[in-house]
Design a binder for this molecule. Structure first.
Ligand SMILES: Cc1ncc(COP(=O)(O)O)c(C=O)c1O
Length: 455
């Protein structure tokens, strides 16, 4: 039998826990590094996921890009905190300069600025705080001092976001004390982009009893990679006096690919945009950014102290723009990656998965036993395997079964998501690939489905 190339062990959580137990059995006496390394090789590495394999087609993770890896090694060797000039002059300045260079690269206006964050989740959270703070100012409410209770009717405030949005938006409103009740989920069209006409109708119903303080457009939803229409949502936000946040954690990178840039038209109307270079850019985790169109908006995050981040400091001070005080040197691996790759190659690397997924969509439409669930905007595609004779009532069960069987096999990875109550299979491609790798996965799912017992 040919040796199978495994993505991961396929072991159960109990088996993995058993293997890892010696790693957390701490002893009085220290171990030689060689022994620790042997332990890691035997016990941990077999259970890690091989992101470098073309059969890893399920999530946003990637191996570090080579230039990024080298920059990350340098960042590690120096272990710089970059909250301000006093902690690391070069580190603080590089973070500032890199943020502004990225604003220019993405075509944001000269007033724009950026801050590095630990993850897209936190970037979204800060953006929604900024939105609420800004909105409070228009109402003469001091949010920083009085919290949400300072609004005359805080329970009436509304945030509009796609029903397919990432759960970090829900988490943000919970953590800001607004509660999930403030979320107004927006319907989506066939390709799972926010339906603008339906959104306008909803806003007409909500106003004026429920003031909308923020509209979130997702540019690249987690489930399907769909890009919400930013321009009309931005116009609507302007009309109702709301902040527009673009959650581009996954998708904003594709603005750099000229043939895909039109999907992001209208982003000049966005007050803030989040973006995760730790997704398809292969920059070591964590590496995220929050952009704002007007750099001064970050002033709403600013807190000074007597020992550093002082009000009188004139030097660069990234720690005034977002919460982490001890901040990782995130700018360095991003800078080294972009310098060594060059923009032309970066665009090629971003374009490759988009083309492969688009080709896969065309292929799936030729398959009688496959239902394509949306036309892909970016590098994610959802579909169902629907063999002839399988009853509609068990199709959700079949997709789950295919997912589980594939993952247990350990050779390739796919993912699942639920769209309008239906379970669908999902492929995600973030690194350069060829459509044949994706077709192989679909073929394997189609073959597996023949063994599915309906009862
Ligand atoms: C659209 C979107 N927003 C936000 C996030 C959260 O980003 P992070 O995983 O960096 O916290 C994700 C993660 O997948 C995402 O897909």
């Amino acid at each position: 039998m040919p040796h199978k190339k495994m993505l991961t062990s396929g072991a159960t959580p109990q088996e993995v826990a058993r293997d890892l137990a010696p790693l957390v059995t701490f002893q009085e006496a220290g171990m030689a590094w060689a022994d620790v390394e042997t332990l890691l090789h035997e016990r941990l590495l077999p259970h890690l996921m091989q992101y470098g394999s073309p059969t890893f087609q399920s999530m946003f993770n990637a191996l570090p890009e080579e230039g990024a890896r080298r920059g990350a090694e340098m960042a590690l060797a120096w272990n710089q905190g970059v909250t301000n000039w006093q902690v690391s002059p070069g580190g603080a300045m590089l973070e500032e300069l890199c943020g502004r260079a990225l604003c220019r690269l993405f075509g944001l206006p000269p007033t724009a600025d950026a801050t590095f964050m630990y993850s897209g989740t936190y970037a979204n959270q800060e953006a929604i705080y900024l939105a609420l703070h800004w909105f409070a100012e228009q109402q003469g409410v001091n949010l920083a001092h009085g919290g949400v209770a300072a609004f005359p009717q805080p329970d009436k405030l509304r945030l509009l976001v796609s029903k397919d949005a990432h759960f970090s938006v829900k988490q943000a409103v919970r953590m800001l004390g607004l509660g999930e009740q403030c979320l107004q989920l927006l319907p989506v069209d066939r390709n799972r982009r926010v339906d603008v006409a339906a959104t306008r109708a909803l806003v007409a119903e909500l106003q004026p009893a429920h003031p909308v303080f923020c509209i979130v457009a997702t540019s690249g939803t987690t489930s399907t990679g769909s890009v919400d229409p930013i321009a009309p949502l931005g116009e609507l936000a302007r009309e109702v006096g709301a902040w527009l946040h673009v959650d581009g954690a996954y998708g904003f990178a594709y603005k750099l690919v000229p043939e895909w840039a039109h999907l992001f038209a209208g982003d000049e109307l966005a007050d803030s945009i989040s973006w995760d270079p730790h997704k398809q850019m292969g920059i070591p985790i964590p590496n995220s950014l929050l952009f704002v169109q007007r750099g001064d908006d970050f002033g709403r995050m600013t807190l000074h102290s007597g020992y550093f981040n002082r009000a009188e400091d004139v030097e660069p001070n990234p720690g005034l723009k977002s919460p982490p005080t001890t901040r990782p040197f995130s700018a360095l691996p991003l800078v080294t990656s972009m310098l060594t790759l060059g923009l032309a190659q970066l665009r090629e690397q971003l374009r490759s998965p988009l083309l492969a997924v688009r080709e896969l969509a065309a292929y799936l439409q030729t398959q009688p036993d496959v239902e394509l669930w949306h036309q892909p905007d970016t590098g994610i595609i959802c579909f169902r395997v629907v063999p002839k004779g399988v009853k509609t009532a068990v199709l959700n069960k079949l997709q789950r079964w295919l997912y589980e069987k594939t993952m247990q096999g350990g050779e390739r990875s796919v993912s699942l998501t639920t769209l309008d109550g239906e379970v669908v299979l999902r492929l995600v491609v973030v690194v350069p690939t060829h459509v044949t790798h994706l077709i192989e996965t679909v073929t394997s799912l189609q073959e597996m489905a023949r063994d599915f017992g309906q009862d």
